[in-house]
Design a protein around this ligand. Sequence first.
Ligand SMILES: [Zn+2]
Length: 392
Amino acid sequence: MAATALVNIGTLVTNDATLGNGTLGVIENAALIFEGEQITWVGPATEAPIADQRIDLAGRAVLPGFVDSHAHLMFAGDRSAEFAARMAGSPYHAGGIRSTVAMTRAASDAQLQENLTRLVNELYSTGITTFETKSGYGLTVADESRALAIASTITPETTYLGAHVVPAEFADDPAGYVDLVTHEMLTACAPHAKWIDVFCDRGAFDGDQARAILRAGIDQGLMARVHANQLQAGPGIQVAVEMNAASADHCTHLTDTDIELLAGSNTVATLLPGAEFATRSPYPDARRLLDAGATVAIATDCNPGSSFTTSMPFCIALAVREMRLTPDEAVWSATLGGARALRRTDIGRITVGARADILALNAPSHVHLAYRPGVDLTHQVWVGGRAHRVAS
Ligand SMILES: [Zn+2]
């Protein structure tokens, strides 16, 4: 297998404190080598062994590819009119999801595939090298299972979210819908999914419904993640921790107990600042989570209703400016934090044996991701050792 060396790296974020400075394990004047899909050597440029191919990065910053642990990419249409109305003063509520459900049900497989491909190219071009995607805009057995079948051709991180909202046709019978989600729909979706998720919040599913839904998925071999406490404080965090969910996502409204539960658990608090931005909502109190010792991830929540961004750098900038993360904390949360939220140990770091998921920036350090908001800093992205975008 041919070995590729990236040399003349100005600053390299490894996310391994034993390899360099600080939590991010930053090495200055660094090099790395990958062979096939794996990183095989990391260290100071002066000590780099010879490789078959050598790419000179001219002092640029390199970091692990971003891990987007929360996205909704299986849908059709957009909701720009709803966004404009909201910016003009209309409130956000979970029911807006139903308008995307109608458009998604009406779309052909080819249209769903085309929309997914377009969004995935956007994700890669902002430096995301692993992404999760959910169903949740079909809400019938056939529409949920086709969304997951299509998604599973492009990412292993697929999440069954039949419990996004109760669809209009079950408005008078939410218990009947929970029964469908936990039986026939689950059976059809489980072969295409790794995770099960539930929107446990006002206007969606309550704590007992969420427990029943997650339990059914876990019994079918899926792992749990939860949309928790986006719209109000409620049982979402408690349910997530109780069910050993990999992640509780949003965490916008937290009680002291919620913070203690997260800090004392194996459940990552995944923050989605794009959603607060696009719904003009208060941001989660990330400092309290971090200071209590919780593991924090940042993800895009890319979806057509409440966070239509595919840009992890934008989310990092929001996390720094609006949630008071340091630039180092935000970069960690968007890389290794995301990997933890997907319970993956092979990504989110640049260390020997890790997947060669690598982002080179047109900037001298990772701090520029927050320092230069709105600017495309991507120089080159390697996904499993394959260059996604030709250097400019
Ligand atoms: Zn979401």
